[in-house]
Write a protein that binds this ligand. Structure first.
Ligand code: CP
Ligand code: NVA
Length: 315
């Protein structure tokens, strides 16, 4: 909700609860249509005349490429505001940056550290703000992962997903937050101190099981998921994390315990032979390249939805 008096109301996508289940499923249907349109070289120009501003305070390859390509392919334009070269790096208040940014564009995608920072930005920005990853979540990636699961295995409702490794990571937290809404069972296998915090688990309404044994988590699962053991911003802890998470690697032996049709997901970037073996990530059950491509299609659907809804709400 913006504090700008000229803005009646607006929708952001900072976390899963910002949209209803019906809205999420609508995004999946639209993403599938947009994927097909691209395959058939049909041009869609629903974002013509609109501008996306991207703000990155952490590194990125996929998020930067997929959001920019999405906007350009939909006929819109895109500005990458490098946080380091902007007045943000010289201490301009975040709220002022947000107020000004919203005057130039139709939607903002931000990647930053604390969740409070993106929430503050969204509060003062009069156009929709999309979470492109924070310490507390990576909802556009998990939304894409759920779309990918539906594409490969059918409805995610009722499926069993096993997340192995650092389940307190932004990916683990977003999967936990999505579990009740999409009605899937999530098994989180980690050492106890790497499980998502109780307030995050509470949002899952008994859809999440916290386990220590990766084998127990993998047994019969439809989907096996992992993420890096050291996320951006945690580099100083990397040696300790490597030692603590040793034993939580996704390897062929673990994959054998999953259902025969099981798929392997990783948001990337990956560290082969650390959280996952090359044999698994480059193997037959891995769908990581389709998963990465799907960021483009899902984010197109999300951009369209938020921008066009916002225009409807404010005309
Ligand atoms: N998965 C993901 O968000 O990748 P990037 O960090 O490269 O954007
Ligand atoms: N958990 C990882 C995800 C990268 C896309 C990180 O935050 O670095």
């Amino acid at each position: 909700m913006s504090h700008d008096p000229r803005v009646a109301t607006k929708r952001d996508f900072l976390k899963f609860t910002d949209l209803s289940l019906d809205e999420h499923l609508g995004l999946f249907r639209r993403a599938a249509e947009l994927k097909k349109a691209r395959r058939h070289r049909r041009v869609v120009r629903t974002m013509a005349g609109r501008t996306l501003v991207m703000i990155f305070e952490k590194a990125s390859t996929r998020t930067r490429l997929s959001f920019e390509a999405a906007m350009l392919q939909l006929g819109g334009s895109c500005i990458d505001l490098s946080a380091q070269n902007s007045q943000m790096s010289r201490g301009e208040p975040l709220a002022d940056t947000a107020r000004v940014t919203g005057r130039y564009c139709d939607v903002v995608m931000m990647r930053t550290f604390g969740d409070a920072r993106i929430e503050e930005f969204a509060q003062h920005c009069q156009v929709p703000v999309i979470n492109g990853l924070t310490d507390g979540g990576h909802p556009v990636q998990v939304l894409t992962d759920l779309f990918t699961i539906e594409e490969k295995l059918g409805p995610v409702k009722g499926k069993t997903l096993a997340f192995i490794g650092d389940t307190a990571s932004n990916m683990g937290r977003s999967f936990t937050r999505a579990a009740s809404l999409f009605d899937f069972q999530l098994r989180c296998a980690s050492p106890v101190s790497y499980h998502p915090a109780p307030d995050v688990v509470a949002t899952s309404k008994n859809h999440v099981q916290l386990l220590r044994d990766p084998k127990e988590a993998a047994k019969g699962a439809d989907v096996i998921i992992t993420d890096v053991w050291t996320s951006m911003g945690q580099e100083a802890e990397s040696k300790q994390r490597l030692a603590d998470l040793n034993g939580y690697q996704v390897n062929a032996e673990l994959m054998k315990l999953a259902a025969p049709h099981a798929i392997f997901l990783h948001c990337l970037p990956a560290h082969r032979e650390e959280e996952v073996t090359a044999e698994v990530i480059d193997g037959k059950q891995s769908v990581v390249w389709d998963e990465a491509e799907n960021r483009l299609h899902v984010q197109k659907a999300l951009l369209e939805y938020l921008v066009l809804e916002n225009e409807k709400l404010n005309t």
